[in-house]
Each structure stands twice: as C-alpha cells, then as structure tokens.
Write a protein that binds this ligand. Structure first.
Ligand SMILES: Cc1ncc(COP(=O)(O)O)c(C=O)c1O
Length: 378
C-alpha cells in the first residue's frame, strides 16, 4: 500500500506542521476553518449569548449522548474542571492509569484544584487498565486512614492505544455499583471512535463526564468540549469562571472547532491512522520495535531495545528537515508525504550511526518523560 494524502482536504495549503512529528497539537487551521471564523457570531459567551458557541457545544454534547456541553480553552482545563466538579468533600481519591495525562502532565492540578489523592495503577497487560486492575486498587471502605475512591478517570486513546469498550463497560459497571463517578479524558476519543466505528454516544453511556479536545488530531487552533448532565456542566462553568477560563467572543474559536470537526472527523482522522500503521510497518522492516501497539496516530519507538541514542535521532531528523523530539512519533493530517520519506531516511541514518557505536546508550537521569526514551517506564 502506498502512502497517500488524506482525502477531502484542499490540494494546496501551506502548514508549518507539514514536517513536524512532535505532536498532533501542532496542526494549523485549514482555509475553511479560517473562513468559518469570519461568519461566526460575536455574542458574549460568559453571558451564554453566543449562538455559534451554544450550537457547537450542543452539537458535541448530542454526539456524545449527553444533555449539555461546555467549550473550554484546553484539554487540561476540561479534565480539571470535570474532576473538580465530581468531587465534594475531601478526603477522596481519583483512580487512573499511572501514565494518565491528568496525573502526570497537568501540573499537579488534581492536588492544587481538587485536593485529591491519586491512585495511579499499572495495567497488568502493560497497555490498558482492566476491571480487575481497577478492582484491586479501589478504596471503598470508611477507614479514617484512607481517601476513598470517588472518581475513576480513564484516558482513551492513551499513548495512541485504544481501550476496548468491553473493558470500559466492566469498569463502568464496577464504578456504578460503588457510586463512583466515571470521567473520560477523551482528548483523542475522536481517534478511538474513528478507528473502531464505535460512536461517541456509545462511549458516552459509560461515563459521567467526557473531555474531548478539538486542537489535537481534529486540528482546530483552540479548544476542548466537556460534556455531561446539565447540572454537572453548570458546576463546571462555575469553576471555569473561577479559573479565569470564561471566553467572551468565543464564537470565533468555536466556529473553527466546529468546521474542524466536520472536515476531519471521522474519515480524515482514520486516514492518518492508516498512514501511521503503514509507517510503523516500514520502520519494523528496518528492524525497529515499538513500546506499544500502533493503533491510531502515535508510534512509540523502542529506542532502548534498538540501542538508539535519542539525541542522534533528533539530530538526523533535523538534518533532513523534519522535527522529531524522541521516541514518540505523531502523525496528523498535515504531515506531508515528503516528510514521511524524510523520516524514514532519518531513521535509517540513525540506525546506521548507532550500529557503529559499541557503547550501550545510557538512560538519562531523572524523569523519563521528555527524555527521548519517553514513557519506557513499565
Ligand atoms: C491525553 C491528553 N489529555 C489532555 C491533554 C491536555 O490538553 P491541552 O494541551 O489542550 O491542555 C493532552 C495534551 O496533549 C493529552 O495528550
């Protein structure tokens, strides 16, 4: 199978992200997203008076099978507002995968904003949490020494892997039995849905709240939508205001996000997954292996196993004119075919250089996140 450009996009439009494999957040607005901003309404969204924003929130909420939605500036804000709104009287704790963004990459927001303890759980299968994993670590008792579990927060996709819906359903049933809320960090739930064909509302049934990012694979410049019951979303709106997240003429941003959704989800997004899998197959032929199954738009190279120094990969990538920051390779709809070919050249050159080196590559000291070996922490 040959690589091909995602269909349905304008033939020619320049994007600074065409050779940038760092993340899917680097995607830039397409001409039609910019065009839609010109026709957005200009009401004040803090007064809930902006039609474009109201319509867009309602659109995403409906897709997710929920009565209400709220447009917020970022995925971090979406997660933190939802988790804060689920929690009432500390002490309490949130159970999540140990790699979860809410735990590892949101600047201690759970401690600062929700006063929550976190129970980070390592999935036994090394890919996704199961109901058995969760059950083992739930804190259910009234022992005054503990912080009972009040929320289970699942991330889907997580590092590009899709959580099987059957497992989510089991965890959700377990949570409901114990009156525990379920939150989904669905920054990339679009990818999971596009890949599996499972609708967002099917996922929505299993969660009390979901946070869906518009500015990652879907490609909008700004924004996340959180969805849930009407009262719940009212509470998140309160906390959004408190954290300075009220946006006045939000319609300009909501319009771009609305167009992005129409343009990219689900077909174009799925095409980026096909490209990712094809690239993974080509890299595997060069002898590389991966830390995780390649299921959507991320490849996590096992650089350690291949004795590849991440710094060499970063340098060789620079030399051929592309951006790679370490083990994680992100594919998005603006990556050019030329950039993919350059990536393969950079990887081949890196392998050749590292083969000549007889010394074992040393793991950097300190946190493995962003080290180039990122997330080899099983
Ligand atoms: C899984 C996940 N959740 C949440 C976020 C936070 O999104 P933002 O950068 O918009 O705050 C990210 C960001 O990359 C993410 O990968």
């Amino acid at each position: 199978m040959a690589y091909h450009r995602p269909s349905g996009l304008p033939e020619e439009y320049p994007s600074s992200s065409a050779a940038d494999f760092k993340s899917d957040t680097v995607t830039t607005p397409t001409p039609s997203m910019l065009q839609s901003m010109l026709t957005a309404t200009h009401g004040d969204d803090v007064y809930k008076e902006d039609r474009t924003t109201n319509d867009f929130q309602a659109r995403v909420a409906e897709m997710c099978g929920k009565p209400a939605g709220l447009f917020v500036v970022s995925g971090t804000m979406g997660n933190q507002l939802c988790l804060r709104a689920h929690l009432h009287q500390p002490p309490y704790s949130i159970l999540c995968d140990y790699r979860s963004h809410v735990y590892t990459h949101e600047a201690a927001g759970l401690a600062m904003l929700s006063q929550a303890m976190v129970t980070p759980v390592h999935p036994k299968n090394k890919v996704y949490l199961t109901a058995d994993d969760v059950n083992e670590y739930l804190i259910l008792h009234n022992d005054i020494h503990t912080a009972p579990t009040r929320v289970i927060s699942l991330e889907n996709t997580l590092d590009g892997t899709i959580m099987p819906i059957e497992e989510i359903a089991k965890i959700s049933a377990l949570a409901r039995r114990h009156n525990i809320r379920m939150h989904c960090d669905g920054a990339r739930l679009w990818n999971a849905s596009a890949e599996t064909g499972i609708s967002l509302s099917e996922y929505g049934k299993l969660f009390d709240s979901m946070s869906l990012c518009m500015s990652k694979g879907v490609g909008a410049p700004v924004g996340t939508v959180i969805v849930g019951e009407t009262d719940f979303i009212e509470t998140t709106n309160w906390f959004r205001k408190q954290t300075g997240g009220g946006i006045r003429q939000a319609g300009l941003l909501a319009a771009a996000a609305d167009t992005a959704l129409t343009e990219i989800f689900p077909k174009v997004l799925k095409e980026t997954h096909e490209t990712t899998k094809k690239l993974a197959a080509d890299l595997a032929e060069m002898g590389l292996t991966f830390q995780l199954p390649v299921e959507t738009n991320f490849i996590f190279l096992d650089l350690e196993k291949a004795n590849i120094d991440p710094k060499v990969l970063v340098e060789e990538s620079k030399k051929v004119g592309i951006t790679v920051v370490g083990a994680r390779i992100a594919i998005h709809h603006q990556i050019s075919l030329e950039a993919i070919e350059k990536l393969k050249v950079a990887v081949k050159n890196t392998i050749d250089i590292c083969k000549l080196s007889t010394t074992q590559v040393e793991k950097p000291e300190g946190s493995l996140f962003y080290s180039g070996f990122d997330k080899v922490v099983h």
